[in-house]
Design a protein around this ligand. Structure first.
Ligand code: KG4
Ligand code: ZN
Length: 338
């Protein structure tokens, strides 16, 4: 019996298709990034995203099949992101997956994008980590879960406002850096002092576990305006010690993510921590999470950086687990923004 799943991802600004065997062996992966199409606007424009997915979805699926040297008939099923994401973008991938599944009589598997990010952190593990914590940090989400299995994630904390990746993108904009901001801020931060500016770390009043980044973003804005909220934002070349601002901001985000996650690990008695999503590419987060987790007798697992940002490998991977569990959908499968 075939253990090959075709994964399709189109929830935001990447059109991706991949073929994965048995939930972990990557056979092929194709990603068309729309970054260049959105960069001038400093963020993802939903209408542009939908149109671009429409143009690229079939060529990207074809390329994934070609690279694998496979025909659709050799697959066990087709997995597709159907939630959450931009509705117009989700519908493109979902419609393509439905058409292919219908024409070839293949099982259709709807996949939750955030759960797939978390799954990516387990793909290379010989021994499964359940139960464990899963922190998903991306441009749209900052969520902490208790994962009882690949298919059973119970949310325990969320950001109250901005997602961590969104904060990176906004601070990049304040500092006059390009989009997406995470990699740019992180690059500049390497030349700066993470202790130079004591930017605030969110702590809830009642001591509960949670995340918030909008206060931090505002603190960065006020700092570059010389403490005067009403002053204009200076041009990038006039921002004093720009690398120190980037490094101190990055340190504040990382400290918040690590502190809250380890607090949850202590509270729930969990020793394994999955960290995934675009922000999990961040070097400082990878280093500090690993160090501080290990100091508390915990182990942090990250996906290969290639599978941290949006991709279809994670969709095909989790798709296989769902397929094995019999979680197959019919052609009424719907897309949902949440
Ligand atoms: O998972 P992803 O590709 O898309 C969403 O599902 O949102 O994550 C994209 C986000 C962007 O906000 C980007 O700035 C951030 O991940 N990101 C990073 C890094 N690489 C990407 N943030 C911090 N450091 C990085 N190295
Ligand atoms: Zn994502």
């Amino acid at each position: 019996m075939s253990e090959l799943i075709l994964g399709i991802e189109s929830s935001c600004d990447e059109t991706a298709a991949a073929i994965v065997e048995s939930g972990h062996r990557v056979v092929s992966s194709e990603i068309h990034s729309q970054i260049a199409e959105h960069a001038v606007y400093g963020g993802v424009v939903p209408e542009i995203a939908g149109r671009s997915h429409l143009e690229k979805i079939l060529p990207v699926v074809d390329a994934a099949l070609d690279a694998a040297g496979l025909e659709l008939d050799e697959l066990a099923g087709i997995a597709v992101t159907n939630r959450p994401g931009l509705i117009g973008s989700l519908l493109v991938g979902l419609s393509a997956a439905k058409a292919l599944a219908f024409v070839r009589g293949l099982p259709l598997i709807g996949v939750h994008h955030i759960e797939a990010h978390a799954y990516a952190a387990t793909m290379e593990l010989e021994e499964k980590p359940w139960p464990c914590l899963a922190l998903v940090v991306s441009g749209g989400h900052t969520s902490l879960y208790i994962a009882h299995s690949a298919l059973e994630l119970v949310p325990i904390a969320n950001t109250l406002d901005d997602a961590a990746g969104e904060a990176f993108d906004k601070v990049a904009w304040i500092l006059g850096l390009g989009y997406p901001g995470g990699p740019e801020v992180s690059k500049l931060a390497r030349d700066g002092d993470p202790d130079a500016i004591p930017f605030p770390r969110y702590r809830s009043k009642d001591g509960s576990i949670g995340f918030s980044f909008s206060g931090l973003k505002t603190a960065v804005l006020y700092h570059v305006r010389g403490g005067d909220a009403l002053a204009p934002t200076p041009p990038p070349e006039e921002i004093a010690a720009r690398a120190d601002v980037a490094a101190s901001f990055e340190a504040a985000v990382v400290d918040s993510l690590v502190s809250q996650t380890l607090k949850a690990a202590r509270k729930h008695g969990l020793e394994r921590i999955l960290v995934a999503g675009g922000v999990a590419c961040n070097h400082r987060l990878r280093e500090v999470m690993r160090e501080r987790a290990s100091a508390e007798g915990c182990t942090a697992h990250f996906p290969d950086p290639e599978w941290c940002t949006d991709n279809a490998v994670m969709i095909a991977g989790l798709g296989w687990e769902l397929f094995k569990a019999g979680a197959v959908s019919d052609l009424n499968l719907d897309a949902s923004p949440r």
